[in-house]
Design a binder for this molecule. Structure first.
Ligand code: PLP
Length: 381
């Protein structure tokens, strides 16, 4: 029998690439190390030869990629002596902040839009002992208030404007490169506040700095200050980034901030993304693109992933697959490409949206053998 070392979270795994003080108490719930699953059925349905993977971030401890950033932000906050953290959230940041604050033994304050947060996320924040502040407003209003209050009160912001969040989130790219042994050709992901697309690009760029495949460009994120081999010159390959937004909440497509974002994908219902400049830079440097999907396309992709691959993600996550499928069909993503889609959050976060759109047969019968047999007979494929 062989043993492998117990996995203790992404800070331990990638410590040499993360800004963590030597003596810091690491606040971890074992985040990261999520499965990279190759889709076997959907490419066939499209009639396309592509190597298509999903990085299933819904399997992080609180069910979304936010945990990657939160382990770093809360570890840093605790090292600095913080007694409380605060965030504005469309749901997942609040669930994650609440969990890591509970783990650290400090207080979490979470500001969420009244009525526009998925049930699972609210349940998490409440169970994990956060002070939940519901505002009559949207995420963008919450973000504005958080910045104002943190300037005057002893609370540390753990939204993605906290640079430690992006440092933790960049590790998703490290894991993908470690597993594939190369960068994918394309990486597709949802864009809301745009912190995650920025973090992906930082991660790919840093890893490319230590590669050995010939210079392909300059990584402007590390600005020549990169501590790794290469010192700012990108020597490995990086993917083209495709960032998708819901049509009703698509400031990157409109070219300006928007005031009343609306989409069924509540996690990306954001009109004033905080990482605006970084995200444009990531798109430009990578040679990628932004595009939009309708709510109908998002829900169809969510259902297809669950029905054909057995993978249940929340609506915002499914936009990465909705967009990738459209771009693979059209040839914008050519055949024989290696494509990774980030599935940012778990489907169980938002059971109401799932049940409302489900057409799965629910057969109601008496508790009687003949009726069970008939139900089986009627539904054999
Ligand atoms: C936070 C979140 C997003 C958006 O990420 P940004 O960094 O804000 O662009 C997408 N999907 C899910 C499930 C999220 O929780």
């Amino acid at each position: 029998m062989s043993f492998r070392p117990r996995y203790t979270g992404l800070i331990e795994r990638y410590r040499d690439r993360l800004p963590v003080p030597d003596d810091a108490r690491i606040i971890s719930l074992g985040e990261g190390d999520t499965p990279l699953i190759q889709l076997h059925n959907i490419p066939g349905l499209m009639g396309k030869e592509v190597e298509l993977y999903v990085k299933y971030e819904g399997l992080n401890p609180t069910g979304s990629f936010k945990d990657r950033g939160m382990t770093m932000a809360v570890t840093k906050a605790v090292a600095d002596g913080a007694r409380a953290i605060i965030c504005a959230s469309t749901g997942n940041t609040s669930a994650s902040a609440a969990a890591y604050a509970a783990r650290a033994g400090i207080r979490a304050f979470v500001i969420i839009p009244d009525g526009k947060i998925a049930q699972g996320k609210l349940a998490q924040a409440m169970m994990e002992g956060a002070v939940v502040i519901q505002i009559r407003g949207n995420f963008d209003d919450g973000m504005r208030l958080v910045k104002q209050v943190a300037a005057e009160s002893p609370v540390t912001i753990v939204n993605s404007i906290n640079p430690y969040r992006l440092q933790g989130q960049k590790t998703v790219a490290f894991e993908i490169m470690d597993e594939l042994g190369r960068a994918p050709d394309y990486h597709c992901l949802p864009v809301g506040n745009a912190g995650n697309i920025t973090a992906h690009w930082i991660g790919y760029s840093e890893y490319a700095c230590t590669g050995s495949k010939g210079v392909t460009g300059a990584c402007t994120f590390c600005d020549g200050q990169c501590p790794f081999v290469g010192g700012g010159a990108v020597v490995g390959t990086r993917p083209k980034l495709a960032g998708y937004q819901a049509s009703g909440a698509a400031p990157f497509l409109r070219g300006h901030m928007i005031d009343n974002p609306e989409t069924v994908a509540t996690a990306i219902r954001i009109g004033h993304p905080q990482s605006w400049d970084f995200a444009w830079k990531a798109k430009e440097e990578s040679g990628g693109w932004f595009d939009e999907c309708s709510d109908a396309e998002i829900l169809a992709a969510q259902k297809l992933l669950a029905e054909k691959e057995g993978i249940f993600c929340e609506p915002a996550s499914a936009i990465s697959v909705a967009g990738a499928m459209r771009d693979i069909r059209s040839g914008r993503i050519p055949e024989d490409s290696c494509v990774v889609c980030t599935l940012t959050g778990h489907g169980l976060k938002d059971p109401d949206t799932a049940i409302a759109q489900s057409t799965a047969p629910v057969v109601k019968i008496e508790a009687e053998l003949g009726q069970v047999k008939r139900a089986i007979h009627d539904h054999l494929v």
